[in-house]
Design a binder for this molecule. Sequence first.
Ligand SMILES: *Cc1c(COP(=O)(O)O)cnc(C)c1O
Length: 379
Amino acid sequence: MVFKIPLSFPVLNGNESLYAQQALNSGHIAAFGQFINRFENKLSKRLKTHEAVALNSGTSALHLGMVLLGVGPDDEVICQSFTFCASANPIVYLGANPIFVDSEKDTWNICPELLEDTILSRMAKGKKPKAIVIVHLFGMPAKMKEIVELSVKYNIPVLEDAAEAIGSKYQGRYCGTFGRIGVFSFNGNKIITSGGGGALVSNDTSFIQHARHLSTQAREDLPFYHHLEIGYNYKMNNLSAAVGLAQLEQLDSCIKSRRLVNQRYRKLLKNFPGIEFQSESNDSLSNYWLTTILVDKEKTGFSNNQLKIALMNKGIESRFLWKPLHTQPVFNMTPYYGGNTAEKLFENGLCLPSSVDLTLQDQEMIVSVIQEELSKTFK
Ligand SMILES: *Cc1c(COP(=O)(O)O)cnc(C)c1O
């Protein structure tokens, strides 16, 4: 379905065409070319202190990250339950077992107390988790101070799924730079895009070198094809990097626009009973990739689903929040620690259109649909 107002649509009015044309003219559209290096350098400079490897998706970045952390058959990997399946699928690719943990109400991300309970419980069962996958959902930073403390205390590395959180900050530091390894996605509906793509960042140079090697089929530097390890075809191509570089140049203005969209929704919905937002703490700055609300049916008289349908009838796309992974049939044998926080968020939440070029008029129209639903209820 084509929506009049899509959930999140890229705006490509910077150097995208110019750079893509340059890549085409150079003939380098595959695994080599200047834009890959420029993209990686720009990304690592932007995040400060970190080196970056450009890859062909966020999912492959997560997979490689787990390989680098030594995740293998029968290992256990702790993962935030409230997330997209791509956070956990690579655990299964590697023959390891996910252990899901609930979220907390402030950030909607992994609950540090439950995380510690989970670590202790798994260790008591005789298995020390190999890694912890945390996510900054919709751009909102997780409670990294507490999480990093636990990572140090129990000596379990954090793999930071910052796929949705490029440019978000926690205590002045960029999301993706807290874990031993951080991961980003540049898929089509993320805050910036390279068509399809991802990146892996780390301060550990040996990780970066190993990631480069593994992402290009683990080819040894010899005149013939020679392999000491199983590799992957995971590198970003130069054409994607050309688009990605142009997008990266606009990251600041994209974040500014998404935050403006969020502010406007807050203002327009300020006096609505029963509508709540995902909110920043004093410690955090979200890129507000998507503006997300919780609908309290008792107060509004309509559910998130009813609102979604009302919006759809006006050509406006909205989307439910991620369905917690511990409730997914494919993961029904997976251990889970927590209560119903993530499930409640899923049951009541809705992502509103949040594109960079969303106008005030668009937003007023969206809010008028919410208003209509409300007046139906209380007529
Ligand atoms: C988008 C996303 C991914 C996967 O990224 P792709 O580039 O689509 O493979 C992983 N984790 C989260 C939380 C995401 O939102």
